[in-house]
Design a protein around this ligand. Sequence first.
Ligand SMILES: C[S@@+](CC[C@H](N)C(=O)[O-])C[C@H]1O[C@@H](n2cnc3c(N)ncnc32)[C@H](O)[C@@H]1O
Length: 254
Amino acid sequence: MPSTPDPQSSSDRASSFSTGADVYARVRPTYPAEAVDWMVPRDAVRVLDLAAGTGLLTGRLVDRGLDVVAVDASRPMLDELTTTLPDVVTHVGTAEEIPLPDAAVDAVVVGQAWHWFDPPRAAAEIARVLRPGGTLAVVWNDRDERIDWVRRFGEILHRGDELHPVSEQGGNTPAVGDPFGELEVAEFRWMHHLATADLRALAGSRSYLLTLPATEREQLLQEVDDLVVTHPDLAGTSEIAMPYITTAYRARRR
Ligand SMILES: C[S@@+](CC[C@H](N)C(=O)[O-])C[C@H]1O[C@@H](n2cnc3c(N)ncnc32)[C@H](O)[C@@H]1O
């Protein structure tokens, strides 16, 4: 990330996550088991977690006994992955130039990252590293903003964000095209439990806040603190359940 990042620049935002990889790993949600079951075919053996970050999705794959390789553009994010998943092979690389040979894996999964890719180039590269008949699955966690305090939290997080305004959250359908077949979609609702005090860190782990100038970032974080002490559903609590809607897409490579 440049020393003075532009919060409205997609490339500056995509490369912002290295700052505070340990916090990211601690407060960001993982993915529900039902979603991972749906994303990865039963007969898959070797799986690529593309844009694996700190390994929040990678860990769910390792739990299933899969042979996982993790690729991410950020070395600090992969270093954090290695602290919890030391046996997973990692490579610094991008979705647009995946450092794997042709037909190397049975499945490719992408958690919370497709929106940072150049879709035509990424789709072509994923098709190259997948064996024929292999599966691509793309997944996002979105906060369920039908709950009042969650909606207010989201409004603070996206104030002034022209790249991913709050109105566009959850509107991601990956355009994968040929040689992928029909794109299927499934939705999973679940709760992520975290310390109420960590809502500040969760907000601060977002690319928009990571790239804002320090004074503007602190203003938004102060608003999160104010929400925590004033909202009746949050005030006085030590732990909260953040409702998430996980939306997963999958398509088979012909
Ligand atoms: C929001 S994090 C998601 C990490 C992880 N998949 C998860 O679910 O927690 C986005 C990740 O995408 C990575 N990234 C951004 N652009 C990328 C690209 N073009 N190719 C590979 N990784 C990329 C970032 O370094 C970051 O680790």
